[in-house]
Design a protein around this ligand. Structure first.
Ligand code: 1GP
Length: 244
């Protein structure tokens, strides 16, 4: 399966992706969560999150999910240690507003030969962290985009497009009290021609709807599945709120 084609073919109807952190539960539990999210209508499973993930946990989690769920599994790596041969694709991402060369290009240089050898599909993506940024903002040494500076987010996103990246991801940080502001999403969407992913702090259907109305093509939720009992119900409400 070519995952970028899968995304581009579905983007017109808006998409939801479920982020699962392999460090948070057993591979079997991760597969159960992924299956409920699939039944709720999610379009793809992203694997990532914590920085201290063991490669064997990533492998086991991806294998279990692939056994149970007929959706693309995309790695969302915190570094080159998070590459699994069993995934369908990997976001080949640069944290564009990082102040550290490590997250801008060095981990990517380490990872590129591994990705080639394992034959995983790389999907070039510009990753931009907005206030409050949460853990990923700190770990990634990001110069956070201020919430009242949509033009800064738009300039970074345009740079991503001009670099040839296929997707832009605006991130408020996992567990953020508020998602990326709709006004910022609108400014970015008006500036770029490539699909826009928005994640961080999305729990409520109203927020999901506003984010998509402002121009997001894909929304990502992670924490949501850790907080609710009825994962299928929670995901299906978000999916219904965004699908055109
Ligand atoms: C984190 O944007 C994702 O990279 C998901 O954030 O955990 O807040 O849903 P949440």
């Amino acid at each position: 399966m070519n995952v970028l084609d899968y995304i581009m073919n579905r983007i017109g109807e808006k998409m939801h992706m479920t982020l699962i952190d392999p460090a948070e539960q057993s591979p079997d539990e991760a597969a159960r969560i992924a299956h409920e999210a699939y039944e709720g209508g999610t379009d793809a499973i992203m694997i990532g999150g914590s920085t201290h993930i063991k490669p064997e946990d990533v492998d086991k989690t991806v294998i279990r999910i692939k056994e149970k769920v007929p959706l693309p599994v995309i790695l969302f790596p915190g570094g080159a240690h998070m590459i699994s041969r069993y995934a369908d694709a990997i976001y080949f991402m640069s944290l564009l507003n990082s102040t550290s060369i490590e997250f801008l290009v060095r981990q990517q240089v380490l990872g590129a030969p591994i990705i080639k050898k394992l034959g995983i599909e790389p999907i070039p993506m510009g990753y931009i962290i907005v206030e409050p940024g949460m853990t990923v903002g700190k770990v990634g040494k990001a110069e956070l985009i201020k919430r009242d500076r949509p033009e800064d987010a738009a300039a970074y996103a345009l740079a991503a497009q001009y670099f040839g990246m296929k997707l832009v991801y605006l991130e408020a940080g996992s567990g953020a009290p508020e998602p990326v502001p709709p006004s910022m999403i609108r400014a970015v969407k008006e500036t770029i021609d490539i699909p826009l992913i928005v994640g961080g702090g999305i729990r409520k259907e109203e927020d999901a709807r506003k984010i998509v109305s402002a121009g997001a093509d894909i929304i990502v939720t992670g924490t949501l599945v850790e907080e609710v009992e009825d994962i299928k119900g929670a995901i299906s409400r978000i999916v219904r709120a965004i699908k055109l």
